[in-house]
Design a protein around this ligand. Structure first.
Ligand code: ATP
Length: 238
């Protein structure tokens, strides 16, 4: 095992009933790296995150800093530091912004540091500070996505996995969220980002994988993929 590896997914298989969706997916995220996973609708991107998070049965290997997590319970996987910010945000709409943030830390034992992290999220995303006592469900889609990302960060991820953070929100909000991710990455955060918005994802990530039909069909540094003719045509509309 290479100690610089944050997340290593090896030959992952998953199916819905008898329908295979992931057919031997291998990918990795090095420590301090942002990796994008792009691909068309139905390629299996969400399924990959769900399988890696233990929310869906799978076969293969999932290693977080060398520790085998495949087949383990979702709660243990979260405790190990592999954090999934799901598609559609899944906030507690009737709870306050702050209560949603605190729920992101519910498995942490370092109680005293949690308050400081709530403050930190308010600094990273000033709107969350401003709306701290407000119902999460009362905020705009972009603000709710900020809250979902901040809630995931509250669990102090070793690797943060984001499912379509740009989905359905204004470009300015996408840029704000991605700029926070860049800032945190400069401080050492490792992340795997699933995106339909290939342009934004390739702009954010160091490296990327293209998933099609449950298989990785292309991988490489983001700038190389961004100039790959097939990627330009299929994913960048060029
Ligand atoms: P999208 O961006 O549309 O979410 P995706 O790449 O994330 O695409 P998945 O959501 O992982 O793709 O879906 C992969 C395949 O699995 C699709 O064919 C989808 O129809 C199927 N699928 C997803 N969820 C289920 C489910 N709960 N039961 C059965 N089939 C499913």
């Amino acid at each position: 095992h290479d100690g610089s590896m944050a997340l290593h997914v090896d030959q992952l298989h998953a199916a819905y009933g008898s329908v295979p969706v992931l057919e031997g997916v291998s990918l990795h995220v090095a420590a301090g790296e942002i990796v994008a996973l792009i691909g068309p609708n139905g390629a299996g991107k969400t399924t990959l995150l769900r399988a890696v998070s233990g929310l869906l049965p799978s076969q293969g290997r999932v290693l977080l800093q060398g520790r085998e997590l495949q087949g383990r319970a979702p709660q243990l996987i979260v405790q190990a530091g592999l954090i999934h910010c799901p598609e559609g945000r899944q906030l507690f709409a009737d709870l306050s912004v702050e209560d949603n943030l605190r729920l992101g830390a519910h498995l942490r034992r370092d109680r005293e540091a949690i308050g400081a992290d709530v403050e930190r999220m308010g600094t990273l995303f000033p709107v969350l500070q401003l709306r701290r006592r407000q119902r999460a469900g009362s905020m705009s889609g972009g603000e709710q996505q900020m809250l979902a990302v901040a809630r995931a960060l509250m669990s102090r991820p070793v690797v943060l996995m984001l499912d379509e953070p740009s989905f359905g929100i204004a470009p300015l909000m996408v840029e704000r969220i991605f700029s926070v991710l860049r800032q945190l990455n400069a401080e050492g955060l490792s992340a795997l980002v699933v995106e339909q918005n290939a342009r934004a994802a390739l702009d954010l990530a160091h490296r990327a994988y293209v998933l099609e039909g449950g298989r990785v069909v292309l991988e490489g540094p983001s700038d190389e993929l961004a100039s790959h003719p097939g990627v330009r045509e299929a994913y960048l509309g060029l």
